[in-house]
Ligand binder design. Sequence first.
Ligand code: AMP
Ligand code: ZN
Length: 474
Amino acid sequence: MTIKLYNTLTRRLEEFIPLQPGKVGFYSCGPTVYHYTHLGNLRTFLHNDFLKRMFLANNYEVRHVMNITDVGHLTNDEDDSGEDKMEKGAARENKSVWDIAKFYKDEFLRDFNDLNMIAPTVMPHATDYITEQIELVQKLEELGFTYEIPGDGIYYDTAKFAAYGALTGGTLSGNRAGARVDFNDAKRNPTDFALWKYSPKDAKRQMEWDSPWGVGFPGWHAECSAMSMKLLGNHFDIHTGGEDLSRVHHANEIAQSEPITGAPWVNTWLHYSFLLDKSGEKMAKSKGEFLGMDAVRTRGYDPMVYRYFVAMGHYQSQLAFSWETMDATAKSYTNLVRRVADLMGAEGQAINQEIYNKWHDDMVAAMSDNLKTASVLVLLQEFIKSNDIDNATKLALVRFIDELLGLQFIDRAKKLIALERESAPSEIVELAEQRLAAKANKDWATADSLRAEIDAAGWTVLDGKDGYKIVKKA
Ligand code: AMP
Ligand code: ZN
């Protein structure tokens, strides 16, 4: 099936042509693990997951690399000033930087799993690739792209890279006009950035390494170039990140990588729009109530409700978060789970292959058309209500949606059934268990009489592949 994605580099919706048929390699900028990941970060990671699932549905072999930033990201990365975010986190919590990184990485992975995201093929840590980052800076030095700011570090001279800022359509002078005026005036150009920062003379950093230029640490952008080239090669298919990354971080990644590869580095750049807070501003860690998965869990929402909320939007549109919208989303999600639970009795029955194929292909087509997750949800609402489709086929289609959007409808429907089963009186559950045993022994006569007994008491047993459910008769 034709796959179309919006490429920030060409500013066009383009047909995706893989570098190797049937395979896709993509790199995603991952979290900086100095604090909890907020719902905005998680929105971005969820879109990566939808992208991956779209490729899997098209039978691609997917190689996904997402980094963990555990060093080098400064509080003001626009002009390479401020504190290292990790060291700042360590001081805030009176822990070592390594403990901070481990703690927040584990918290991030918990959220990642709760949201049912497929693990990346490789999840490299910046601190495990210091040698590669030093080598990257050395190559740029040999090619004449670097200069030193004494007492500060090694910088990249963006004037030497003619295509600087191509991702956002800007030339160097265009970017210069929009750049901060209070930039580090030792830089040759406002858009220049640090490749290697020296440790301060008067203080010891917790994370620092020897290098040909002196003890210090890599600039934030270096890790993504070094790790992606090492793990995906000098030319790969897709690079993704939130919309804030295109102007500086990704512009710098391209500037660092293309002089080395000597050719275009990444074919498609995908940028996901922001999650906004209630006041319409970009969600951020530092503003107002901290909105992360803990808040979602504490308020009693199933993490799938947040995943469903993100799937209802499109990656190229900003999305406003509020608890009111979460309530409305929870209602839709729960209604769907209820409907799926009602289909579970049809488990194991024959499906109508022709009808299945039609809906299946429509859903894959919606996803392949620039990741239209919301259109898949519209199709779900349509087929689930349709009177022309049998329950077994509907159920098989829901199973497929679980693969395509990862919304865990089947799992939640099973849990709902288990909950309802629990609420039947114990003597009815006992009869149902005896009936299950009779069925297992192929003692159909006993099974039938037990069903009649349950029926007479006002309950109905529905059979499914994973057991049975007991529902109160209307
Ligand atoms: P960070 O942990 O700050 O390095 O960010 C991790 C990812 O989240 C990056 O791809 C950011 O672009 C993205 N991101 C940051 N804020 C938001 C937001 N409000 N909405 C969507 N994505 C975001
Ligand atoms: Zn990155």
